[in-house]
Design a protein around this ligand. Structure first.
Ligand SMILES: NC(=O)c1ccc[n+]([C@@H]2O[C@H](COP(=O)([O-])OP(=O)(O)OC[C@H]3O[C@@H](n4cnc5c(N)ncnc54)[C@H](OP(=O)(O)O)[C@@H]3O)[C@@H](O)[C@H]2O)c1
Length: 343
């Protein structure tokens, strides 16, 4: 059941109590953020209101992207939040360049800044490592005739433009998203400015232990998307074999022990494990509960071990639309052989 903001605002969390991640730069990033992808079902204004409400109850970290189609609605929310007394330096705002603009990074970033009504971004990510355009909301069977594989030299041309944004001071940190260990090794070898963050799918049924450990060993902070298993993701992002972490008996059992919704167990696990979850919600009761969950009543070491044991290697966001030639399967996008999949 949806609850209005005035009902929950008095239960808000002091932002100083929210755990933070210290990045290689020395900057701190709140260890939980609000996602802003509306999954084709939440209009921009609803998400802008969720951003306002989330800031009012103590969120300081927001995960945006140009492709979510709502940055121009969220911008006025950030203006209100700052005008209402939250210093800009207390906010951590991420945006991402979409795949059709890898060749014009500065223009994409400037557009996001204008839409979000900001002077700088805390973090700017290359949303996917494939420069493939497909229309937002298209079916998983859709293929772009211009689709390209990961070509490292092309990616580095994009990355040089990302580095230039840091030099200009309009972006404080840059990062990757949806990369694999083989791709990240190449990027780290050639980067002048290293990625501060890698955004990746992470939930109890998709723990990605090898990538998670590699990223952290490289001093890169893992940010976890779909932390609850994205229960309302678009139909096009569902396959019959998908599993749901919030229906897992182990999660349900731990949730019952703590007297909370299973979503909150996923978030406690995420923050205690060392990643930064970015759960989406437009429901004030839910987004407040998500923030509170990571500031109180932690999971025990035994519970953390129990959850480590339920990984199903179940990737929900498979990226089929990025496939670049006939006869491929989505696994080809994720370099499962340990090498970058050849063109
Ligand atoms: N880098 C990338 O390629 C990438 C890919 C996917 C997503 N993302 C980012 O990650 C964010 C999160 O992923 P997501 O939105 O797909 O999935 P998610 O956060 O795992 O799930 C969001 C869903 O869970 C529900 N929910 C949230 N809190 C709840 C609670 N306490 N109890 C019950 N239900 C709850 C929400 O419904 P209500 O609104 O009803 O609460 C919402 O529909 C996105 O919004 C986006 O910012 C990035």
């Amino acid at each position: 059941m949806s609850t209005s903001l005035p009902d929950v605002i008095s239960e808000g969390v002091d932002p100083a109590r929210v755990p933070v991640r210290r990045l290689a730069s020395g900057a701190t990033m709140p260890a939980i953020g609000l996602g802003t992808f509306g999954s084709d079902r939440n209009p921009p204004e609803a998400i802008a209101n969720a951003v306002r409400g989330a800031a009012a109850v103590g969120y300081r970290h927001f995960d945006c992207a140009s492709v979510y189609g709502n940055e121009d609605a969220i911008g006025p929310a950030f203006e209100d939040i700052i005008a209402g007394g939250v210093p800009r330096e207390e906010l951590w705002i991420t945006s991402k360049v979409w795949n059709d603009r890898h060749h014009e990074i500065a223009a994409s970033c400037e557009q996001s800044l204008a839409d979000l009504r900001l002077d700088y971004l805390d973090l700017f990510l290359v949303h996917w490592p494939f420069p493939n355009y497909h229309p937002p909301g298209c079916d998983v069977d859709a293929r772009s005739p211009d689709a390209k594989p990961y070509i490292h030299e092309a990616f580095m041309r994009t990355w040089r433009q990302m580095e230039a944004l840091v030099d200009r001071g309009i972006v404080r940190h840059i990062g990757t998203s949806n990369v694999t260990i083989p791709k990240l090794k190449l990027i780290l070898h050639d980067a002048r400015t290293r990625p501060a963050v890698n955004e990746m799918e992470l939930h109890p049924h998709f723990q990605q232990p090898a990538l998670f450990d590699y990223v952290r060993a490289q001093g890169i902070a893992p940010v976890g998307y779909c932390p609850i298993g994205s229960p309302h993701r678009p139909e096009r992002d569902r396959t019959p074999d998908d599993t749901s972490p919030i229906q897992d008996p182990v999660i349900l059992d731990i949730a019952a022990r703590h007297g909370v919704h299973p979503a909150l167990v996923c978030l406690k696990w995420a923050v205690q494990r060392g990643q930064t979850p970015i759960p989406f919600s437009t429901n004030p009761r839910n987004f407040l509960a998500n923030l509170r969950a990571v500031t109180e009543d932690p999971l025990s070491a035994d519970e953390m071990t129990e959850i480590a044991g339920i990984d199903r290697n179940c990737r929900l966001i498979k990226g089929q639309v990025f496939l670049w030639k006939e006869g491929q399967t989505w696994e080809d996008l994720w370099d499962v052989t340990g090498e970058v999949t050849p063109p």
